[in-house]
Ligand binder design. Structure first.
Ligand code: FAD
Length: 328
């Protein structure tokens, strides 16, 4: 890994027992074209060196990337040592269509999902959820569990496979409430509890820019009875234009102070370093506040993600690969 960010200002590595080391994971999206697919292969190889706990693969609005998501998840399963989590949305498909998609993923060997309701397609104003479809992410968690149970009911082999590789279901959480649906943090905590009751195993948050909003979500969720781990979703703040775009999409506006800090650097390399340092401060704050790990929104680029791991001492070097013992 080539590190371009000076570590002299970084805090010393956390002293944690190996079992307590924070989880590290990455979000990828299906490539839009062949050139993107080639670049992604190199990105995946670079990210693999950090030995992440899992990588998640997004699913386009209204299932637009159903086939490309499946292909990328299968590629990760079949050609890397990584564990993929397939994002899955339900709001624009009938229940039968959603069952068919779940079956396809399970047949492929996928055992981990991020169950989402999904957003309406951009620009569509009179959009309605599918009349025979599921209405919430919690419904999708329930359906995933039902499909797995039905498969196990018909096949002892499937029971054994399920015991060896249990189905795991993640869900989304929103430190500042779900802007896309006009929801407050209180709405999101209620939705998160419903997802847990439906069988969700852990949650990953939407992007946020201040540790207190993540810690407040966790505090309010715990008070409401949510016990599942809530992993903070982290966007490396290296590209101001991307921060603004993500802000428009999610309603989570990047702080002016952060944008000004980045704008102060005309040189791309020093801007990158400043952005990684700012993100490392956020990562250290949430980990110090008890976060179980971090999920990095990579936008299919590895450099900022790996520099961030290096600066926060969370990279592959943190968990050295044990060399084979000399049996001679
Ligand atoms: P839900 O939990 O169903 O929530 C939808 C709305 O209903 C919210 O307003 C919620 O507050 C309300 N609600 C639901 N249940 C309850 C309840 N019991 N009590 C009170 N209120 C309730 N979108 C994609 O299209 N593809 C992706 O790959 C994708 N990946 C994502 C990954 C992450 C980590 C995150 C945070 C979001 C992602 N999204 C993705 C966006 C997501 O689909 C949208 O934000 C969408 O609005 C649905 O969110 P949800 O899954 O939490 O739905």
């Amino acid at each position: 890994m080539t590190t371009t960010v000076a570590r002299d200002e970084a805090p010393a590595p956390r002293r944690t027992a190996p079992a307590d080391r924070p989880t590290v994971s990455f979000e990828l999206f299906p490539p839009r074209d062949e050139a993107g697919a080639d670049r992604l292969v190199a990105t995946i190889r670079a990210l693999e060196a950090a030995r992440p706990d899992f990588v998640s693969v997004t699913y386009g609005a209204s299932g637009r990337t159903r086939q490309t998501t499946r292909r990328l998840v299968a590629q990760i399963l079949n050609t890397t040592a990584l564990t993929p989590i397939a994002h899955l949305t339900c709001v624009d498909a009938s229940r039968a269509e959603t069952v068919a998609i779940i079956e396809e993923f399970l047949d492929e060997g996928v055992r981990s999902f991020l169950a989402l309701r999904g957003d309406p397609p951009a620009g569509v104003t009179d959009w309605q959820p599918h009349p025979d479809g599921l209405h919430t992410a919690a419904d999708l968690v329930t359906l995933l569990r039902e499909v797995e149970a039905a498969r196990c009911a018909h096949s002892q082999a499937q029971v054994v496979r399920g015991l060896v590789k249990p189905l795991s279901v993640a869900v989304a959480a929103f430190p500042r409430g779900n802007h896309a649906t006009g929801g407050t943090r209180a709405n999101d905590v209620a939705a998160l509890l419903a997802k847990q009751q439906a069988g969700a195993d852990f949650a990953i948050t939407q992007v946020f820019w201040d540790a207190p909003s993540y810690l407040a979500l966790v505090g309010e969720a715990r008070a409401a009875g949510v016990t599942i781990p809530i992993i903070p979703g982290i966007l490396p703040a290296t590209d101001p234009a991307r921060l603004v775009r993500v802000g428009r999409l999610t309603g989570v506006t990047p702080p002016e102070q952060l944008l000004a800090r980045l704008a102060a650097h005309e040189d791309a390399t020093t801007r990158h370093s400043a952005g990684v340092r700012a993100t490392a401060d956020l990562v250290n704050a949430v980990l110090d506040g008890g976060a179980p790990g971090i999920h990095i929104y990579t936008f299919n680029q590895h450099r900022a993600a790996l520099d961030l791991l290096d600066l926060t001492h969370l990279g592959g070097a943190f968990a050295p690969r044990t060399e084979p013992k000399d049996l001679a």
